[in-house]
Design a protein around this ligand. Sequence first.
Ligand SMILES: Nc1ncnc2c1ncn2[C@@H]1O[C@H](COP(=O)(O)OP(=O)(O)OP(=O)(O)O)[C@@H](O)[C@H]1O
Length: 259
Amino acid sequence: MPSVLDLRGVRVSRQARDLLEGVDLRVEAGEHWALIGPNGAGKTTLLTLCGALGHPSGGTVEVLGERLGRVELRELRTHIGHVDPRHRMLGDNTVAEVVLTGVTGTSDPVPRWEPTPDEADRAVALAESVGLRARVQARWSTLSQGERGRALIARALIADPALLLLDEPATGLDVAAREHLLETVDALRIAHPAIASVTVTHHLEDLPASTTHAMLLRAGRVYATGTSDDVLTSDLVSGAFDFPLAITRDAGRWQARRA
Ligand SMILES: Nc1ncnc2c1ncn2[C@@H]1O[C@H](COP(=O)(O)OP(=O)(O)OP(=O)(O)O)[C@@H](O)[C@H]1O
């Protein structure tokens, strides 16, 4: 079986600057990766390639066994759930409508497109599974930031993705909403054991306990990569951030403070 993600020697250049250089990343089914690094390290740029939203300037990127550059990116994207906090929509859609845009792969409901009864049922079931049972018909403008984050996870899951990408899913959430979200992510990893995921975060505290692997990026290069316990050490994280940090792991969760 091909890897879910296989990136080799990847370079991304913009305006004569390398945003990524020499990046290798292989993600297998059932693995849950954290992508960590200081501002501007290239995390979002790397996630863009994983999500088949762009091509590398050099090296090769295979997503779900398909080589970028040789396949239609749009089709490939239907197998990827991408939870992006910058997700924008034009209309004030309901939670159920937002979840269903995961079927059409669009930001807003497609005019004259109707879900099958099965798709409509699945949208409601997924909204319920992320704790939005009472909010299925609520409009986006009335949702809290935590409810929006959970609605976007349900949207990402409706197409049964093999790969889930989470870009700073906990940003802007209060502590209770964050814990709720992390429980949701842990639970879905148990419910869908074959799914692979990559989560970008600035804060180790925002990583679900089910995180299996980590990559530290620094200035567009891989600083460390491997299992989360090998990579999320005080020495390596301090090196990546150029700041003395003490990393601890307690009951599966990580914490960082000044060393
Ligand atoms: N289209 C572009 N043209 C030029 N530079 C870009 C472009 N997109 C991103 N950059 C630059 O590339 C670098 C990496 O950006 P990226 O968003 O991938 O970093 P990041 O690790 O996600 O950062 P942050 O933690 O701040 O979100 C940054 O210095 C950014 O300014």
